[in-house]
Write a protein that binds this ligand. Structure first.
Ligand SMILES: Cc1ncc(COP(=O)(O)O)c(C=O)c1O
Length: 438
């Protein structure tokens, strides 16, 4: 007998269709025979019903995304009614400037923008990027071959190893560092080789410490200045050393410059492409996220060596279908309309930085005053690990910070605070901190 109603329905429907046919009788016989066998199949199916979902090995190798885990903990505390001051994630609280929003509104009305965008980005957007690079860094870029739009720079960073890394290759990854460098390496079947960023070296990697055998098998070196999470900056001699290293070992340089436009006291970070030979050996990732308070819009770009960008483009054309054109038009507005860094944004962060650094030092915590990024990289008191201190801050003061070891082992002993809440809340954070003993 057929056990399930759906089986009965299928049979009846088939028989009805065949009714008028000259061979309906013989086919009906066949169906009845088939029906006789069906109960056995169904009972086997029943036995197999429990589904086991097994993850791929590459997923097993990576921990859940750091900030997704912190979000869970925050939600738990919020449910308990705790008023959290969230200095955890680097997501600007300030709004996107008005002209950019207005341009999006107009562009969203245009039916031309409702269709698939081009893979590499609109010519207008890529031209605006090239013109911005010329104005800001005096770097010349060909918009056709040396600029590629990205759905946020995270997307490009996540895809680049797929283009250049074979299983068994090394990728040189700073630790502590933005977690995506490591994860994208693993997704491509590569092996991350970690370069510790230590305070005594100004949080720059020491390239001469990389064993010869590793350097020879390395395909990509990720660097990121101004740096997340340490807020360190890099100057020209370091970039020159990186170019020499790249040439010697034939390693592609991926410089993540997401924070190049968040710098203080008149300081203007360099582009890696300003350095002689930079464009020959590498590319630079950029983002409108932090420069124009556009994290939610998902718009970024990669610039530099045309061959390297062609590899990234090949991966992307097979995975995504480009960036919503209305957002690209808004990006054109941002890059053409404003001189960067945007003074109002910078002065807001400067004020916040001064309040927080002063308050933390008064409490006895050790922290450098950053020249760039909206992060403070704070040493935890010696009695605590990063995780213990983060838990203490969250549970006793309702302050969310990010444990340094979440950015890699070498981040142990630190916590990161993002200055992405207003002055009043920062002052309150300091008052709350003064009440806890550590
Ligand atoms: C160092 C660094 N690179 C890249 C990104 C990604 O930025 P987006 O994808 O918003 O451009 C971030 C975001 O926090 C970051 O901190």
């Amino acid at each position: 007998m057929i056990g399930r109603a759906s089986d009965v329905n299928i049979k009846i429907r088939v028989l009805t269709r065949l009714e008028d046919s000259w061979c309906s009788r013989s086919i009906t016989t066949f169906i009845l025979n088939f029906e006789a066998k069906t109960p056995k199949i169904n009972s086997n199916l029943k036995k197999e019903r429990t589904m086991r979902i097994e993850k791929a090995k590459r997923i097993e190798q990576i921990p859940p995304y750091l900030f997704a885990e912190i979000d869970k903990k925050k939600e738990e505390l919020r449910q308990k009614g705790i008023d959290l001051i969230d200095l955890g994630i680097g997501d600007p609280d300030l709004p996107t400037p008005k002209p950019i929003i207005e341009r999006l509104k107009m562009a969203a009305e245009n039916p031309k923008n409702h269709r698939y965008p081009s893979y590499e980005g609109m010519v207008e957007f890529r031209t605006a990027v090239a013109q911005w690079y010329a104005r800001r860094f005096s770097v010349t870029l060909d918009p056709r071959t040396e600029v590629l739009s990205l759905i946020g720079s995270k997307e490009g960073i996540a895809h680049i190893p797929l283009a250049f890394v074979n299983p068994g290759d090394y990728v040189l990854v700073p630790t502590p560092g933005y977690p995506v460098y490591r994860v994208s390496t693993i997704f491509a079947g590569g092996t991350p080789y970690f370069l510790p960023l230590r305070k005594e070296n100004g949080f720059l990697p020491i390239l001469s410490e990389i064993p010869e055998k590793v350097a020879e098998r390395a395909r990509i070196l990720f660097i990121n200045y101004p740096n997340n999470p340490t807020s360190a900056i890099a100057e020209r001699p370091f970039f020159e050393e990186v170019v020499a290293f790249a040439r010697r070992y034939q390693v592609i340089i991926c410089h993540d410059a997401a924070y190049s436009e968040v710098a203080f006291d008149g300081y203007k970070p360099l582009s890696f492409l300003e350095v002689k030979g930079g464009k020959e050996v590498g590319i630079e990732f950029h983002s409108l996220s932090k420069t124009f308070n556009m994290t939610g819009w998902r718009i970024g770009f990669a610039v530099g060596n045309a061959e390297i960008l062609a590899g990234l483009r090949r991966v992307k054309t097979n995975i995504d279908s480009g960036l919503f054109q209305a957002i690209q038009e808004a990006g054109v507005e941002a890059l053409n309309h404003f001189d960067t860094p945007l003074p109002e944004i910078i002065s807001t962060y400067e004020r916040r930085r001064d309040i927080l650094v002063k308050g933390l030092r008064e409490i006895g915590l050790e922290v450098d005053k950053p020249k760039a990024t909206f992060y403070l990289w704070i040493q935890v008191p010696s009695a605590y690990t990063s995780a213990q201190f983060t838990a203490l801050l969250m549970e006793q003061a309702g302050i969310v910070a990010t444990p340094g070891n979440g950015f890699g082992e070498a981040g142990e002993g630190y916590v990161r605070m993002a200055m992405t809440v207003d002055k009043t809340r920062l002052r309150e954070a300091i008052q709350r901190l003064k009440k806890i003993k550590f």
